[in-house]
Design a binder for this molecule. Structure first.
Ligand code: AHM
Ligand code: MG
Length: 331
């Protein structure tokens, strides 16, 4: 944190942002404050997981057919309980729940929002004390939608805010509301997130790529060409196996993150609504690029289902361009 700037909490930052919108009545700010409380509770649970014996799988699979970790379930409940009580929330959708939770669907009254989240991304890292995160996306609730849940099916370009929380050596909250990207760190001594950086700009280039190279034999040819090119060009590989940790590194240091289509996951593994859209909004608002394929911006993808998956290429603009050039060569 710079010592020549006033100390600014996340709460104060949200109020400062709200002041730019004279018509705002604070509903949206309440939702962000619920997310900040959830982040503090989840950070505490993650830190105490080994002590309280809540590591490992619950033995059930989530809607995606993946093993649920005990902490996936706990983090999901924390978010549902915190957000479910907030006035301005119409619908909550979680990667861990098959159906969205409709909280309110009145046709009148104040403006309401939909909140989508991945409660604990990269949760298989928990057992080894690796970084994990929460990712969220906020959309305006569309009261005209035929069914309330159809209101969720908006392209990422319609998000009003997006962010993530990284539970690492410190707890970091990265938020974009419309334009800039700002970063906060939890000060455990006072229980508040403090602003440490404003208007983050992603480096335009950095010789670093991040993807699960174990899947290389079944990547489309363009990705193989890219890896050949990058390795000949002196690139480093960095992969935490938790998207929040990988994207956070790229936001600050540059590089490119990819989850390409594979034989096992022909549409890629990552979820459009809970992972790709919020991360794409953050990266674009920091000056980076986020694509599903050459010429296909993530934020323009029209969702057909809330759990749909997408390939993802995201990061420093020059580095994304290098990947796109190799994909285009391969046709
Ligand atoms: P999750 O939401 O079930 O935790 O899965 C998403 C995670 C991402 O954080 C990470 O980038 C990716 O899965 C890693 O997948 P893989 O193990 O196939 O490399
Ligand atoms: Mg995830």
């Amino acid at each position: 944190m710079r010592t020549d700037e006033p100390i600014m909490t996340l709460q104060a930052h949200i109020l400062e942002q709200q002041a730019h919108y004279p018509e705002a009545v604070g509903t949206f700010s309440w939702i962000l404050s619920a997310l900040s409380i959830s982040a503090k509770v989840i950070a505490d649970k993650v830190r105490r997981a080994r002590l309280e014996n809540v590591l490992g799988a619950v033995g059930a699979e989530n809607v995606q057919g993946e093993q649920q970790q005990k902490l996936d379930v706990i983090a999901n409940e924390v978010l549902l309980r915190t957000l479910g009580r907030r006035e301005g929330v119409a619908i909550v959708a979680s990667e861990e729940n098959e159906e969205p939770v409709i909280i309110r669907n009145d046709t009148q009254g104040e403006r309401r929002y939909c909140v989508l989240f991945d409660p604990l991304d990269g949760s298989s890292n928990l057992d080894v004390c690796g970084g994990v995160g929460t990712i969220f996306s906020i959309l305006r609730h569309d009261r005209r939608a035929a069914r309330p849940q159809d209101s969720l099916l908006q392209p990422g370009s319609q998000q009003v805010a997006a962010g993530y929380v990284l539970y690492g050596p410190s707890t970091v909250f990265v938020l974009t509301i419309g334009q800039g990207v700002d970063m906060f760190v939890l000060d455990p001594a006072i229980g508040a997130f403090l602003r440490v950086e404003r208007n983050i700009r992603i480096p335009a280039a950095s010789k670093s790529y991040s993807l699960n190279e174990g899947n290389r034999p079944t990547f489309p040819e363009g990705y193989q060409r890219y890896l050949d090119w990058a390795q000949k060009s002196g690139y480093s590989a960095r992969y935490a196996g938790a998207m929040v940790a990988d994207v956070h590194r790229i936001l600050l240091k540059g590089g490119v993150f990819m989850y390409p289509p594979t034989r096992k996951a022909p549409d890629g593994k990552l979820r459009l609504m809970y992972e790709a859209n919020p991360m794409a909004m953050i990266v674009e608002n920091a000056g980076g690029k986020a694509l599903a394929a050459p010429g296909q911006r993530i934020l323009d993808v029209r969702p057909e289902g809330i759990h749909q998956r997408t390939p993802l290429i995201l990061g420093s603009p020059d580095e994304v361009d290098h990947v796109v050039a190799r994909l285009a060569e391969a046709g």
